[in-house]
Write a protein that binds this ligand. Structure first.
Ligand SMILES: Cc1c2[nH]c(c1CCC(=O)O)Cc1[nH]c(c(CCC(=O)O)c1C)Cc1[nH]c(c(CCC(=O)O)c1C)Cc1[nH]c(c(C)c1CCC(=O)O)C2
Length: 342
């Protein structure tokens, strides 16, 4: 086994951390914008296997990242379950809302998802054949809570208020949505692995808005169920969990879920991560994305600080969250050179 990401995920401490970047295929790259224009819009790009594979390859060609992440979106699963989905330019996703039993009953069964998602599996097959042999292919899905926040509100919200309200007022319905998404995520990820994904990552971008018992029930427990089921279906499959803004819950997340790697955002210091999280297994993160916009000496200093704090254990370098459209592609190169060149 030679791929650096897979070695780190198995617990090896490497002399130079492997590196990839959340949203590495995206609007900050001129070649992405060109391919997206060719596809027409974002969703057409996600469902066009040739072009989705092309934008996945772009950052690998330009930067030689150690991992490629399938180009798709966490909101394709609710669409496959029957929610309407569209993207408003400059604003983000919009979905039909699920706020009543009647809305829920209209959704399709999990067995129907492949009718919509099969082009995504074709993208994975193209990538699996076409990536350089040292590059690891990561598949992904949204975590049930994060996906549910969009399905319930019909859009992104600053505080996930509508999902918190449904959880409080119609708990049984809310839990049915989480259960359906947990089951759907397992099937969706399984198809990705069968098509060639070597690692899966579960994005729980809004995990931090769940407090106390709610975090355990609706972030940690679904991550555990998904991780355990994926590992029983595909023995040895590495799983990366990203309970963003998990705070103190990051500490026990490896043990509680069985994830091989816990990805951390930049609201926690790398020193804290080394002491409290990395002692339990591989970690991934956590340079602030703003450095990809601002660059310069700050970028170099902060990149070195993150690497210095985390290089003594199993570690994958990444940002704390996705790179933003206003980032400068040259700053990405500077970050990579700093990680690889010292
Ligand atoms: C919450 C969430 C979504 N999608 C995703 C998350 C979880 C991670 C996170 O917290 O960022 C995950 C995601 N979205 C995308 C990927 C592809 C792989 C990658 O390069 O990381 C991944 C892994 C492409 C995308 N997904 C989206 C884009 C931009 C679309 C475009 O080209 O216009 C990309 C490249 C659109 C998207 N998709 C989503 C939103 C809120 C938006 C709009 C925000 C924005 O415009 O940046 C939902």
């Amino acid at each position: 086994m030679t791929k650096t990401i897979l070695r780190a995920l198995k617990g090896e401490t490497l002399p130079t951390p492997p590196i990839w970047m959340m949203r590495q295929a995206g609007r900050y790259l001129p070649e992405y914008r060109a391919t997206r224009a060719e596809a027409g819009d974002f969703l057409s790009l996600c469902y066009n296997p040739e072009l989705a594979a092309e934008v996945t390859f772009q950052p690998i060609r330009r930067y030689g990242f150690d991992a490629a992440i399938l180009f798709a979106d966490i909101l394709l699963l609710p669409q496959a379950l029957g929610a309407d989905l569209w993207f408003v330019t400059g604003e983000g996703p919009r979905l039909s809302t699920i706020t009543s039993e009647a809305d829920f009953e209209k959704l399709k069964p999990v067995s129907a998802i492949d009718d919509t998602l099969s082009p995504v599996y074709e993208t994975v097959r193209i990538l699996s054949k076409g990536l350089p042999e040292e590059t690891t292919l990561i598949g992904f899905a949204g975590a049930p809570w994060t996906v549910a926040t969009y399905m319930i509100a019909g859009k992104g919200t600053p505080d996930q208020g509508p999902a918190h309200a449904l959880k409080a007022e119609k708990t049984a319905l809310f839990e049915k949505i989480i259960a359906l998404l947990t089951e759907g995520t397992i099937e969706y990820l399984s198809r990705q692995v069968e098509a060639g994904a070597e690692v899966v990552k579960i994005f729980d971008s809004w995990a931090g808005s769940l407090k106390g018992d709610d975090f355990i029930k609706y972030a940690q427990e679904p991550a555990r169920i998904i991780t355990q089921e994926m590992k029983s279906r595909f023995p040895g499959l590495p799983v990366i969990a990203f309970p963003r803004q998990g705070g103190d819950f990051y500490k026990g997340f490896h043990a509680a879920t069985g994830a091989d790697c816990v990805a951390v955002d930049d609201s926690v210091s790398p020193e804290w991560v080394a002491e409290n999280v990395q002692i339990h297994g591989c970690v991934q993160g956590n340079l602030a994305s703003k450095h990809m916009v601002t660059g310069g000496e700050d970028l170099v200093r902060e990149t070195r600080a993150v690497v210095d704090a985390l290089k003594h254990g199993p570690y994958i370098f990444n940002l704390g969250h996705g790179i933003t459209p206003d980032a400068d592609p040259e700053n990405v190169q500077l970050m990579i050179d700093t990680v690889r060149g010292g």
